[in-house]
Design a protein around this ligand. Sequence first.
Ligand SMILES: NC(=O)c1ccc[n+]([C@@H]2O[C@H](COP(=O)([O-])OP(=O)(O)OC[C@H]3O[C@@H](n4cnc5c(N)ncnc54)[C@H](OP(=O)(O)O)[C@@H]3O)[C@@H](O)[C@H]2O)c1
Length: 307
Amino acid sequence: MRWSVDSVPDQAGRAVVVTGATSGLGLVTTEHLARRGAHVVMAVRDEARGRRACDHLAGRYPGTRLDVRRVDLADLDTVRDFADGLHRDGFIPEVLVNNAGVMATSRRLSPQGHEMQFATNHLGHFALTGLLLPDLRAGKDPRVVTVSSTTHRRGRIRFHDLTGERGYWGLGFYAQSKLANVLFGLELHRRLRAAGSPVRSLLAHPGYAATNLPVNGWTGVSRTLARLGNRVLAQDATTGALPQLYAAVDPQAQCGQFIGPDGILEGWGRPRVVRPGAAGVDREAARRLWEISEELTGVRFDLPPAP
Ligand SMILES: NC(=O)c1ccc[n+]([C@@H]2O[C@H](COP(=O)([O-])OP(=O)(O)OC[C@H]3O[C@@H](n4cnc5c(N)ncnc54)[C@H](OP(=O)(O)O)[C@@H]3O)[C@@H](O)[C@H]2O)c1
């Protein structure tokens, strides 16, 4: 049988945080974890939109355990407030799905002065993971799933110009942020293993799925083409979310694995283990990015560097 949303095992008693749970892959991930009994915290930038998404799911699946909490991943102050709030209210997550993302935005800086795509897609998730890691450790089968993209293969980390002051291209900086997701997920895996931690770090990507992502990022003709692409070429968001669902729940998913679709060019299909691009397995870049991310976020992981 091919892996599907019906393959998600019973999640009763499991506590999960999904970032970007208002739409697209995050909403589907929330739906199928909650439907199977998980208590899901929907970590959302816009509380009203989060509430609407939550009400929609609660109406469809009465009895599901869903909470909506605000976090703007581009604003590190709200990331700290979010983590403090979970802690204060005794919510101990066992799974963190680092899913939220923006793509190909025009050049903007976050409140802390970081380039917006790098801040949202990488730095916010880096900080959130570091802040939640002590609690995650206490869970049963704890996992961190970071959502990247095939675009990471075209990315490079501009260590000399992370804010794009000397030149900015929306898609290039999206690729940088998605490469940062891969470098982070694999470096986290190595550090967790070196520390003998029970937490597993996995990566996932959806291939090409019809969501708001490209539509929100682009304007004009590009936006029209993105809409057309969603209709004609992309798979539906439910199929697109399968790799991250598999990484979050399947008993066979191993720490350090990258899960993507099994179809042609990893664009479509059901979950299987895929290989990161060459830049994604560059350990020196991963170590350097880790150190810079600790500096930029002020969040230090209690994990020694991997040997
Ligand atoms: N769709 C694809 O084909 C594709 C391909 C490769 C990778 N991905 C990855 O898949 C992930 C999910 O994207 P999607 O396709 O499901 O797109 P989407 O429908 O646009 O969903 C993105 C989610 O991220 C949230 N978000 C954006 N900025 C945020 C911030 N600063 N703080 C908190 N939440 C924020 C959005 O919230 P709002 O509702 O407030 O906007 C939304 O819930 C992303 O990491 C993306 O890079 C998608």
